[in-house]
Design a protein around this ligand. Structure first.
Ligand code: GLA
Length: 576
């Protein structure tokens, strides 16, 4: 074949294939643009809620103790009570540690006859409500744990799809801290149902009100498809790419109605969408996996409508796992707020608000959405009592400073101070870095060791002295709730600055290296930072918070810092 002819025939073949491809896509109703959008949405955050969680707790980072780091699954009510007693007697309670948190393994593998979670029938025989009262009698608050999954990380019953009943149970028990893990999570599907029609019934309506989706308003990639037999449906509501809106849903009076989605079945996968009623009320609709024996299926929920016209839109906001995580944590957060409020109203007592601790290990960038779903969010995988783990977690968490604020903090995990083979300097540094990062100070060591056999407090314990250093705690608990900025990062030495109330500032030198480091920084450099309000002055008072030594400077602050050690000052301007 001549060269020209060869080129011509391959172009013709190409056009032919493309044409065939286009007719294939058309025939099968495949929208290439939608496929691209779906693929992009898998990689990003599509669901955005900017409303802060704001439940009135955690205006400063929470302080307390948790059973996980030192006891793992070996817990029982006596251990928890002994710890609570020791928290009180050792002076930790007075220093601000108020939560006694039971981590995984408190639950029985059976829910009770009403479907409620219950304490392990062998190790927590008096039940959790009793334990709450006991812990409260020490002036402390009890925290509890579950997972945003079908089971916890230790494979015990958990709260996914049981959010309402579990939140009610925790409120009834008087729990005041709730850590919500991510094991056995089942992500919300990004697929949406194909909507044939929606039906409103109940509340005195004689004849069902039926609204065809193909007659409703469509936006984005939502598209009406007419089948050969004349039936129609709307597709393109998946991954946040399209919405169908029913603008004229008329009901005779205010009240609760049955809302039925009639959907065309198209594959066996689970589907999800959210119905938004009159722009504000949201209802989740999760349709389980199905078999396609019939052309269509039904799914029902109860919704509240107002007399006259209502607008209902349907779309699936979930494009990625990040969207799913944000929505599922928000779901639990809302239930906790509702449950504590309702319990207090029904029982005419003070509301015991629950600190909501999100623990999905930083997998879905929770710093982006955690402040709308809860109070604190783990930013990293689990901590271990060794320097590599602590230093690694610090490296991740220190970069996330802009997300912290009162009521919403990054959580680099519970403390390992006093655990493993950490050196004295490492224990001090761990505690200081967490305080500089405005992290929750949840102790993870065996507090009982602070009480000597004769019942007196081991005042010589270096660990207890670290954990009760009021000056360091005050840095963590400063009411501005600002996480430190890393203002210098020289491979082995970091300088951290944390703005404090009263126009003061905390400055920390951190030596990550194996040898001593001579470090210095100036007040001038500190004052140049936008977040700092330290006024210009001729002299500054700098108190080093481990030695207690106070120096005066007009500018330079320097120190020799030991390996894996810190030097940390509280700085104020001297005003005559
Ligand atoms: C996960 C969490 C830990 C702990 C365990 C309990 O690993 O990240 O902090 O709660 O589960 O099983």
């Amino acid at each position: 074949m001549k060269k020209g002819l060869l080129i011509f025939s391959s172009i013709a073949a190409g056009v032919g294939t493309a044409a065939g491809g286009i007719s294939y896509l058309k025939k099968n109703n495949i929208c290439p643009r939608c496929e691209v959008k779906k693929a992009v949405s898998k990689l990003q955050r599509n669901y955005v809620n900017e409303t802060p969680y704001n439940n009135g707790t955690c205006l400063t980072p929470p302080m307390g103790w948790s059973s996980w780091n030192c006891f793992r699954n070996k817990i029982n009510e006596n251990v928890i009570l002994d710890i609570a007693k020791a928290v009180k007697e050792s002076g930790l309670a007075e220093a601000g540690y108020v939560y006694v948190n039971i981590d995984d393994c408190w639950q029985s593998s059976m829910r009770d006859e009403n479907g409620k979670l219950q304490g392990d029938l062998g190790t927590f025989p008096h039940g959790i409500k009793w334990l709450v009262n006991e812990v409260n009698s020490f002036g402390l608050k009890l925290g509890i744990y579950s997972s945003n999954g079908t089971l916890t990380c230790e494979d015990l019953p958990a709260s996914l799809n049981n959010e309402r009943i579990d939140a009610d149970t925790f409120a009834e028990w008087g729990v005041e801290y709730f850590k919500y893990d991510y094991c056995h999570n089942v992500a919300l599907p990004s697929a949406a149902p194909y909507i044939d029609s929606v039906v409103i019934s109940g509340n005195g309506i004689d004849e069902d009100l039926i609204y065809k989706a193909s007659d409703a308003a469509l936006s984005g990639e939502a598209k009406a498809v007419v089948e050969d037999n004349g039936n129609s449906y709307v597709k393109g509501l998946c991954s946040g790419i399209g919405t169908v809106t029913f603008n004229n849903i008329e009901v005779p009076k205010d009240g609760k109605y049955v809302f039925t989605i009639v959907m065309k079945k198209y594959d066996s996968d689970a589907k999800y969408c959210v119905a938004t009623v009159n722009g504000t009320d949201k209802y989740e609709i999760l349709i389980p996996e199905n078999k396609a024996f019939s052309r269509d299926g039904r799914h029902q929920i109860i919704i509240t409508l107002k007399e006259g016209n209502n607008i209902i839109s349907l779309t699936n906001p979930v494009g990625s796992e990040m969207d799913s995580a944000a929505i599922l944590y928000e779901r639990m957060g809302k239930e906790l707020k509702r449950a504590t409020k309702e319990y207090a109203e029904k029982n005419n007592c003070d509301e015991k608000k629950i600190v909501f601790s999100i623990c999905e290990w930083g997998k879905n960038r929770p710093w982006k959405w955690g402040g709308s779903a809860g109070n604190i969010w783990r930013t990293t995988p689990d901590i271990f009592p060794n320097w590599a783990s602590i230093a690694g977690i610090y490296e991740v968490n220190v970069r996330l400073n802009k997300y912290a604020r009162p009521g919403a903090f990054n959580d680099p995990d519970m403390l390992e101070v006093g655990n493993g083979k950490l050196t004295y300097e490492e224990n001090k540094s761990h505690f200081t870095l967490w305080a500089m990062m405005a992290a929750p100070l949840i102790l993870g060591n065996d507090i009982r060791t602070f009480i000597k056999p004769d019942g007196t407090v081991d005042k010589d314990s270096k660990i207890l002295k670290i954990l009760t250093n009021r000056d360091i705690i005050a840095i963590d608990q400063d009411e501005l709730g600002i996480q430190c900025s890393r203002v210098k990062n020289n491979v082995l030495t970091d300088v951290l600055v944390k703005p404090l109330s009263n126009n003061e500032v905390a400055l920390c030198f951190f030596n990550k290296g194996l040898g001593k480091a001579n470090m210095s920084y100036t007040v001038e450099e500190i004052c140049n930072l936008t977040s700092v309000t330290l006024p210009k002055a001729s002299k500054y008072i700098c108190k080093e918070l481990w030695s207690g030594e106070t120096i005066e400077t007009d500018n330079v602050i320097s120190a020799q810092v030991p390996s894996h050690g810190v030097a940390v000052w509280r700085i104020s301007a001297q005003t005559e």
